[in-house]
Design a protein around this ligand. Structure first.
Ligand code: GAP
Length: 446
């Protein structure tokens, strides 16, 4: 029985749980780590994959007007000249001449005194720092070999616009979706996986004709994205859709919404949805000299489609799922009647890395162990399962902490009458179910 909740989780608690249970580790920790890079452990890699699959299913598979795409990370350097990233994708940076620390100018309250060492008049004038990561292609490292790791996946879609619509036989309104890695040399990575230097994006570029329906399409995408977060259980009171004012949007954008989540440190952006006009295709046509317009056979007219973009961060969404699911609550232990605390992750069943834990009530009891392992194997085609054995309380506590929605306990009665106990993570209620009917029983609930 659940008694009451507790204060909101802190980022330190999430970071500790993520490491303890194998969701997320700092990258290359044995060498002291490297700021802004992370590794997803056995459970975290599944959680992140489930987030991506949930996005892909909704944005591509369940629609007939969106196709998938997968571009290379390194593209022709002109891509980033056309997109404006070479000239404009920078943060303003200041250095402290005394302690050598580096800050984003827009993060400082004043440029008078260093916030780290406290000295006055030691900060340099702000200067531009480009956030694109560079690499060199081929054996020579000179300006001719310079290339960039993409800072967003979207440009791969724009430069391929014609290849895609012609080969997929699509006509606006239609969209192109892509999930992939992006890189930004962030000056101050932080807040765990919120601001990283290597991260994944899930981007949809939706192209519409200039027939007066563009703003309606934009609204439709904002609603679709709202539905997606709600379908996967993100708490409504911690999610907001902030509409950008004309001053906050780029000059070519007719509308923009930031999807924000209330993280332990405050509101943070999860996704940006924008009406970008024809800016991106125009820019690539101008620099490449290639035609990226759409020719409509039915009307024999040629036009540049208007773009509606939804650009979400996969790592930020995964972190949101972890934080949003987390609860540290006081519960009544039915077997002892004592009050105890438990940490539970209330993941949506589709997102949960393990969906069903199957246990033998005792170790070293061949009959029980064999039966439980058999049941777990039989469930594998139907759910993501895990086998374990031992102390009931510990087994349940471990599964609660990794967010497993259902636990199946195989006990002595199971050997006699073929039933097992199914425990529900959220209510902690248990019921006896015939082992033979487990797959449909769980199937209805997952
Ligand atoms: N193509 C549009 C675009 O890239 P953005 O607002 O710069 O727009 C979209 O990025 C999303 O990518 C953000 O809302 C965020 O979720 C994610 N993102 C951006 N920078 C990130 C970083 N340094 N670490 C983790 N995620 C990041």
């Amino acid at each position: 029985m659940v008694m009451e909740g507790a204060a909101r989780v802190t980022l330190d608690e999430i970071t500790a749980l993520a490491k303890r249970r194998g969701f997320i580790f700092g990258s290359s920790e044995i060498y002291g780590g490297i700021g802004g890079f992370f590794d997803y452990g056995p459970l975290g890699s599944i959680l992140k994959r489930n987030v991506k699959e949930a996005w892909w299913r909704e944005m591509v598979e369940l629609r007939d007007d969106v196709v998938g795409f997968d571009a290379s990370i390194i593209m022709h350097p002109n891509t980033w000249i056309a997109s404006g990233h070479v000239a404009q994708f920078h943060d303003r940076l200041v250095d402290c001449k005394n302690c050598k620390h580096r800050f984003r100018a827009d993060h400082l309250a004043s440029l008078e005194r260093c916030p780290d060492c406290g000295m006055s008049h030691t900060l340099t004038e702000p200067r531009n720092f480009n956030l694109m990561m560079q690499t060199a292609i081929g054996p020579m490292e000179d300006s001719a070999s310079r290339a960039y790791l993409r800072p967003e996946t979207a440009q791969g879609i724009f430069v391929n616009f014609k290849n895609i619509y012609q080969s997929a036989r699509k006509k606006p309104p239609f969209g192109i979706a892509q999930i992939g890695k992006s890189f930004r040399n962030e000056i101050t990575p932080g807040n765990f996986t919120f601001r990283q230097r290597e991260f994944e994006q899930a981007e949809l570029e939706f192209f519409v004709p200039d027939d007066g329906q563009d703003l309606a399409w934009y609204e439709r995408w904002v609603s679709a994205r709202k539905r997606w977060y709600s379908d996967y259980g993100v708490r409504a009171e911690r999610l907001r859709f902030y509409e950008l004012t004309p001053e906050e949007r780029p000059h070519y954008a007719r509308a923009g919404t930031d999807v924000e989540y209330l993280f332990p440190w405050g509101w943070g952006e999860l996704e940006s949805i924008a009406h970008r006009g024809t800016y991106d295709l125009d820019a690539h046509m101008a620099l490449s000299g290639k035609d990226l317009t759409f020719f409509d056979e039915s009307t024999k007219t040629k036009y540049t489609p208007i773009l509606i973009e939804s650009s979400a961060g996969v790592d930020r969404t995964t972190l949101t799922m972890l934080i949003d699911a987390y609860e540290n609550e006081s519960v009544l232990d039915e077997s002892t009647g004592k009050e105890t605390r438990r940490i539970v992750l209330r993941f949506h069943p589709k997102i949960a890395p393990v969906q069903v834990g199957v246990f033998a009530l005792a170790r070293n009891k061949p009959g029980l162990v064999e039966r439980a392992k058999h049941i777990e194997r039989d469930l594998r085609p139907h759910a993501r399962t895990q086998y374990d054995e031992g102390n009931v309380g510990q087994l349940y506590r471990r599964q609660d902490e990794i967010g497993t929605p259902f636990c199946v306990m195989v006990d002595y009665q199971s050997l006699e009458d073929g039933t097992v106990t199914v425990r529900d993570r959220d209510s902690m209620r248990q019921e006896r179910v015939a082992a033979e009917g487990l797959a449909p029983f769980l199937g209805e609930r997952l």
